[in-house]
Design a protein around this ligand. Structure first.
Ligand SMILES: Cc1cc2nc3c(=O)[nH]c(=O)nc-3n(C[C@H](O)[C@H](O)[C@H](O)COP(=O)(O)OP(=O)(O)OC[C@H]3O[C@@H](n4cnc5c(N)ncnc54)[C@H](O)[C@@H]3O)c2cc1C
Length: 381
């Protein structure tokens, strides 16, 4: 009997566990998932949820309903991995042996840094459940002034999200009749408003049209809470009435403590095979990897299919030949209804057809939630 152990039961871990459970011979292979949380949350909807009066329960589903019954679920935290002895240690001290290990540990929001930044009520974020609740309240109280939006680290989950937030904020303030007395500023570390040239041009054009002020080369350093200013490494200081940050992201402690990641704790992963760069029987998937693509659900989905193919080949004693070519599909919402659609890979820039914002792409973005819970997280597509 071979043992496959998966650490992390977010979107990537659940989709991979479910997919494997359907494809493998259960008499010969046992799959174990280590995940402490009881529920999975649909993060892309945070963006809408900030501006709408919807209950958060809509975004949550119990993992017990999402995970195949064929998978053995250990509700615990992995604290250490010994890649030489093929052992995962969990918080209660128990050791779990594996033949193959899959790391699906995601990104950690560095709470201690976030607490240091968010010392006043007017610094908000929308990447955590509590953060969304807080921002929602603060926006309802907002009555004009300068709102500044900026990432605090790169990489962060779903690169277009702060841009989308700026566009939705513009619409929201207009609807409330206070746009004329509000300034929206978007600060970004690159020379353009997005990582890729063509989408960035479109975004900057729309920013100009909607009077969203864009500042390039702003590499966040810290916040001066006393004087309501955000400071950059380049020495710039920008004042605000309200500051919305993308929280600092890094890899998980278990990856750092086990020597399986780079300096920030991102799992060093072969961009094609999804294998760990140094350990032949360890695979990695999702936001926790150092793949040179977006940290997004669609990347997890497409790369998970490759990982499963390769692992099944290995279980059959064959070489892992499948290659993930960086296929990514992501959206840039430009309003509550319209979106651009970016379809690209490692070697190809976004296809032209998706660069115009349309109602159809906006509908696709909304439909993603249905596909996420119905098919993708169940490893069915
Ligand atoms: C605001 C926002 C908007 C987004 N919009 C989009 C979008 O439009 N499209 C899109 O494709 N993606 C989007 N994303 C990104 C998407 O949600 C993530 O890429 C996806 O959820 C990543 O899944 P993951 O399983 O890799 O990581 P996670 O969901 O973070 O899961 C990791 C899991 O590992 C567990 N874990 C960590 N450490 C341990 C340990 N030591 N032991 C055991 N378990 C552990 C955690 O508890 C967690 O459940 C968005 C994200 C945000 C925040």
């Amino acid at each position: 009997m071979k043992n496959i152990v998966i650490i992390g039961g977010g979107f990537s871990g659940l989709a991979t566990a479910n997919h494997l459970a359907r494809k493998i011979n259960r008499k010969k292979v046992k799959i174990t998932l280590i995940e402490p949380k009881e529920e999975n949350i649909y993060e892309p909807e945070y963006l809408f949820w900030v501006f709408q009066d919807k209950p958060i329960s809509n975004l949550l589903k119990p993992i017990s309903k999402l995970l195949s019954k064929e998978v053995n679920w250990i509700k615990n935290i992995a604290t250490k991995i010994d890649p030489e002895k093929n052992i995962v240690t969990i918080e209660n001290g128990k050791n779990i042996l594996y033949d193959f290990l899959i790391l699906a540990t995601g990104a950690r929001m560095a709470q201690e840094k976030l607490d240091a930044y968010c010392q006043t009520d007017n610094v908000c974020e929308f990447y955590t459940k509590d953060g969304v609740e807080h921002l929602k309240e603060k926006l309802m109280e907002f009555d004009g002034g300068t709102i500044v939006i900026t990432p605090t680290t790169v990489p962060y989950k779903c690169p277009p999200t702060p841009i989308e937030f700026a566009f939705l904020l513009d619409k929201y303030l207009r609807k409330r009749g206070i746009r004329h007395k509000s300034t929206i500023r978007f600060l970004y570390p690159l020379s353009r408003a997005f990582t890729m040239a063509e989408p960035a041009k479109k975004v900057e054009k729309l920013f100009a049209k909607r009077n969203i002020k864009f500042t390039p080369f702003f590499n966040f350093e810290t916040i001066d809470n006393e004087n309501n200013k955000v400071l950059s490494l380049e020495g710039e200081e920008i004042g605000y009435e309200s500051l919305i940050i993308i929280p600092p992201h890094e890899g998980q402690d278990v990856i750092k403590d086990s020597g399986l990641g780079d300096r920030e704790g991102w799992i060093t992963t072969d961009r094609y095979t999804m294998k760990h760069n140094e350990h032949d029987n360890i695979y990695a998937i999702g936001d926790g990897t150092n793949l040179p693509v977006s940290k997004s659900g669609t990347v997890s989905h497409f790369s998970s299919n490759i990982l499963v193919k390769n692992l099944i080949s290995e279980l059959k004693g064959k070489p892992p030949k499948a290659k993930y070519k960086g296929l990514t599909i992501c959206f840039i919402l430009t309003s509550f209804k319209k979106s651009m659609l970016l379809h690209f890979s490692y070697n190809y820039p976004p296809k032209k057809y998706g660069l115009n914002s349309t109602l159809l792409f906006g509908l696709f973005k909304k439909a993603f939630k249905f596909a996420y819970f119905k098919f993708l997280i169940k490893g069915r597509l």
